[in-house]
Write a protein that binds this ligand. Structure first.
Ligand code: OGA
Ligand code: MN
Length: 288
């Protein structure tokens, strides 16, 4: 049966309509989904009233899942395959560690030597309005650069730093930041990354990169600023407005994203993510 696809924006994304990700699915059927994922960068499945086990099981069709050893504090206590992105306070009343997750432009796990292939985020509780996520098409961003700029950036590596996100400055937040940095030494990633499956080149940058390997921050910043601003031009974006029980799958190799935090933080927002392991990329550097 052919998939019913509806484009989400000019730049990227498609909704797979009338589809239950927990229903039995043949290899051929999943093959169609996977092809749509490669073609569109993001797939949206609405109304997925499914269990954590079913979320994990569907995610496994995309590949082996991360157990989130590099982000141990944000794991679901009973499911290491699920990463929490939530502002629900901890059982002891302290603020959630993950309430500011994703608040700047990034691609998941870019700060590790095995960056993620893709992520599947499920919305369990959403605020009345807002709490949107922005996505950028990094293939389009690369393709629309001039030949001169493509040549200039061809050999560059950006140093990706863990723990650059907004934190809460309580001792627990600072402690968590220090732990994250220790677990994840700085990694240099190619600024132009060739997608291992489509063969297409994409920009690989974002706000975790402060400088290029072999260059100072002062030298690097103007170009990083330009490339990030170019990649996030409005016409290269999709803005997702969450409803409860959405599952959004994105390709971390050719998109980046940012949680906007555009909501009333006294309201609850609870999301859970599986992370599909990718292929090795980049190299460890001594200094961020
Ligand atoms: C993530 C992430 C954004 C959001 O789960 O990887 O960045 O809007 N989340 O929750
Ligand atoms: Mn993310």
């Amino acid at each position: 049966m052919a998939l019913k696809l509806r484009k989400l924006s000019y730049a990227l994304g498609a909704e797979v309509c009338d589809f239950n990700v927990a229903a039995p699915m043949s290899e051929a059927q999943f093959g169609e989904i996977y092809q749509a994922f490669l073609d569109n960068g993001i797939l949206l499945f609405r109304d997925q009233d499914i269990t954590r086990e079913q979320h994990i099981e569907f995610s496994r069709r995309f590949g082996e899942l991360d157990k989130h050893d590099s982000l141990p504090r944000d794991r679901h206590p009973n499911y290491p395959e699920l990463l929490l992105v939530t502002n629900e306070p901890n059982a002891d009343g302290t603020p959630s560690n993950s309430r500011y997750t994703g608040r700047s432009w990034h691609s998941d796990m870019s700060f590790t030597p095995v960056p993620s292939l893709g992520s599947l985020l499920k919305s369990w509780t959403v605020p009345e309005v807002g709490g949107d996520t922005l996505f950028a098409n990094m293939t389009l961003a690369y393709d629309t650069l001039s030949d001169g700029m493509k040549k200039l950036i061809a050999g560059l590596h950006g140093i990706q730093l863990a723990g650059t996100r907004k934190i809460n400055h309580a001792p627990s937040g600072l402690e968590r930041l220090a732990e994250q940095k220790k677990l994840n030494p700085p990694i240099a990633q190619p600024v132009v990354r060739t997608h291992p499956e489509t063969g297409r080149k994409a920009l690989y940058l974002g706000d975790k990169v402060k400088r290029f390997d072999g260059m100072t921050e002062e030298e690097s910043q103007p170009l990083i600023k330009f490339l990030n601003a170019h990649a996030t031009r409005p016409e290269f974006l999709y803005r997702h407005q969450w409803r409860k029980n959405d599952i959004l799958v994105w390709d971390n190799r050719c998109t980046m994203h940012q949680a906007l935090g555009d909501f009333d933080e006294t309201q609850r927002r609870h999301m859970e993510r599986t992370t599909v392991l990718g292929t090795p990329s980049g190299y460890v550097v001594a200094e961020g």
